[in-house]
Design a protein around this ligand. Structure first.
Ligand SMILES: [Zn+2]
Length: 663
């Protein structure tokens, strides 16, 4: 259940990745970094109510629906026609080309999303797997053959032609943000023949090793010597699960050691070589495409200037790093330890809340929380319930984790599907709130912007989800505070703090490691050519970048048996993906704090922000709220209003221990 990194190909805005698993359709819940297999073993089986299972019949009646093949044939026909109608003629036909392109996007999305949703319900279903492989082959062939020209010709249009279109045509005018965003990459395109060759070669490039990497990782087996030293083989997810759920510190340390040893040897070597391929490919392509630095392409994709990304990294290092150390000192105290081992970082606290929340009450809580600041949003969620667009129970064969998938179906009908493995923990209640946030975002932006412009870039597609989670968190916090239930309140708050630390501090730690392997110097001030790094060098770099945020050896943590942990982070195969998590979280925390300042003015501004989808830069997005993300203080404030205030609250609630107790 570790988070998946949705694949993205920069400069390729309508590509296979996007159709099958790209950010446009898939938003996997990133907080599920450590799964809860032990919970699965005790999963409730009382979900007999069919209202908590997806009804996908508004897309297709079943996997055997003949309409699927008819739609694939139609997609192929439309793509051929598109090529005939518009190739070489875009300057005169732009408006109808965009309209037809939107139709293709909606039809392709309909087919692929349906198959992917079906697969999520039963990952072992070979019929679905075979169908997906078949459709992938057909559609990538069609796309490569007939649609590649469009992007290149679109960015090649001269300013005068475009201005004429903007002034005279409503469709083109409406799609201006989308067109302008494509044109940002104009200086970085290569010739058509080179681009076409690279597109065809893409499935065999280093990023596509990801799937194979996952297979290798899934094959990893660790010798687990649990209680009574009964030897047993476990996979990585099961081993990581013990680190999160076991209250036995020595067992956690032993498991950590076994994981680290198991990742060494062949796996670490393979992983090091994969990173070298990724970094090397990126370095060559960056020069050919005239990017100034290895991150520029991702930053442009995210519509964020390099300076803003730097400000984020600095603020997390300077402000959130010390707060992380402060929190883990408190955690050490609560666990009765002087220093934490790395294996204790995600350990459960002694008073962790184990109440099981029935799904109905979770939904009532989330609805009430959303309704408390926006009846519009809670209304949309009620629509999801009525149309059975939420798949709730954890059943055998289902994909792990949680996600939301929003799309615009043919006929410009926005739809949103939420996928859960609901087991009733407080964490699951937060996940529900999180995914429904993506859902309302998808519906509002889908209605306002249509298929080509509704999905915000990675860096701020987490806005509504994090916001919904915060709203629900505060709703629960207030309830518990009113009841005076301090242990439960402390459990809730520490869980939220740890989630935020994993999203903000840990991901920036990842990002720093990544920046270093792509050639950034040790004080993060300039880029140099990257070089091939051995496993030992990567180990050392990993520990260095962790210590920059979590403190020197012995300060808060000791880092034994943590050196190879970089080797299973598959996010590194999508260069510079991870900082988006910290960006989205902190941006939303700053935004969240504004609702108390703006009062009733807040809701309409917030709904407008959600409706804007992918049409605005981060400046335009935040300007109505009086926020400026170029300043390091913006990020520092985001950290203070959220992390720091929660840590202070946890410190006040924590049972007081004296130094003697800790000894
Ligand atoms: Zn999310």
């Amino acid at each position: 259940m570790r988070s998946r990194s949705p694949p993205i190909t920069p400069q390729s805005w309508w590509n296979w990745n996007r159709l099958c698993a790209g950010p446009s359709f898939w938003e996997f819940c990133y907080n599920l970094e450590f799964g809860t297999l032990s919970e699965l073993r005790t999963m409730p089986t009382h979900f007999s109510d069919s209202n908590v299972r997806w009804d996908l019949t508004s897309i297709y009646s079943a996997i055997s629906d003949p309409q699927i093949d008819l739609d694939i044939a139609e997609f192929t026909k439309q793509a051929q026609q598109f090529n005939l109608n518009y190739k070489g003629k875009l300057a005169d036909t732009l408006s109808s080309a965009i309209s037809d392109y939107s139709e293709l996007d909606m039809l392709g999305g309909k087919i692929m999303v349906y198959l992917s949703l079906q697969q999520s319900l039963d990952v072992t279903n070979d019929v679905v797997k075979a169908k997906i492989a078949e459709v992938q082959r057909t559609m990538s062939q069609v796309q490569g053959e007939y649609l590649t020209f469009f992007e290149l010709e679109l960015v090649a249009l001269d300013d005068e032609t475009l201005e004429r279109w903007y002034a005279s045509d409503a469709v083109v005018q409406r799609h201006r943000p989308w067109i302008e965003h494509q044109r940002v990459f104009k200086p970085h395109f290569l010739s058509e023949s080179v681009e076409a060759a690279l597109t065809k070669r893409a499935p065999f490039g280093p990023e596509s090793w990801d799937e194979f990497f996952d297979e290798c990782e899934a094959d990893l087996r660790f010798d687990y010597k649990g209680f009574e030293h009964k030897a047993e083989k476990k996979n990585l997810t099961e081993m990581l699960d013990i680190l999160t759920n076991s209250k036995d510190a020595d067992l956690r340390a032993e498991v950590q050691k076994t994981i680290n040893e198991g990742l060494g040897g062949y796996f670490a070597k393979y992983s090091a070589q994969t990173l070298y391929m990724i970094v090397g490919k990126s370095a060559v392509e960056r020069k050919e495409r005239h990017y100034r630095n290895p991150m520029e392409s991702r930053n442009k994709e995210n519509r964020i200037p390099d300076a803003v990304v730097d400000a984020l990294h600095n603020a997390v290092t300077n402000v959130a790093g010390p707060l992380a150390r402060r929190y883990y000192r408190l955690k050490a105290e609560l666990l009765g330890m002087k220093t934490l081992r790395w294996s204790d970082r995600n350990a459960p606290l002694p008073y962790a809340d184990t109440t099981v929340v029935p799904y109905d009450s979770a939904m009532s809580t989330v609805l009430a929380a959303y309704a408390s600041f926006s009846p519009t949003l809670s209304g949309i969620i009620q629509g999801f319930i009525r149309s059975k667009h939420i798949d709730v129970p954890a059943t055998p064969g289902k994909r792990g984790g949680a996600f939301n998938c929003s799309l615009v179906l043919p006929g410009s009908r926005p739809q949103s599907y939420t996928f859960l493995n609901y087991l009733g923990s407080n964490h699951d209640v937060m996940t529900l709130a999180h995914e429904l946030g993506h859902g309302v975002h998808g519906i509002l932006a889908g209605e306002a912007q249509g298929p080509l412009m509704f999905h915000p870039p990675i860096a701020y597609c987490e806005t509504a989800s994090v916001f919904g989670e915060m709203t629900t968190f505060n709703f629960l916090r207030t309830q518990l505070a009113e009841k005076g239930d301090n242990p439960a309140l402390l459990a809730l708050i520490t869980q939220k703090i740890e989630g935020m630390l994993n999203t903000v501090v840990r991901q920036i730690g990842f990002s720093n490691f990544e920046r270093r392997i792509h050639g950034m110097n040790a004080d993060y001030t300039k880029w140099i050519d990257p070089k091939k790094l051995s496993v030992e060098e990567l180990d050392a770099l990993w520990l260095t970048t962790a210590k920059e945020l979590y403190g020197a050896e012995g300060e808060v943590f000791t880092y034994e048996n943590a050196s190879h942990l970089w080797s299973y982070v598959s996010h590194f195969h999508r260069p510079f993906y991870v900082y988006g998590y910290a960006f989205g979280e902190l941006l939303t925390q700053s935004l969240y704090a504004q609702q108390f300042r703006l009062g009733s003015q807040f809701e309409p501004l917030y709904l407008d922000l959600l409706r804007s989808g992918a049409t605005k830069s981060v400046f335009e997005l935040l300007q109505p709220f009086g926020l400026d993300p170029t300043e390091e203080t913006f990020w520092a404030d985001g950290i203070r209003v959220s992390l720091e205030s929660m840590i202070s609250e946890a410190e006040k609630l924590a049972p007081i221990r004296t130094a003697a107790d800790v000894e």
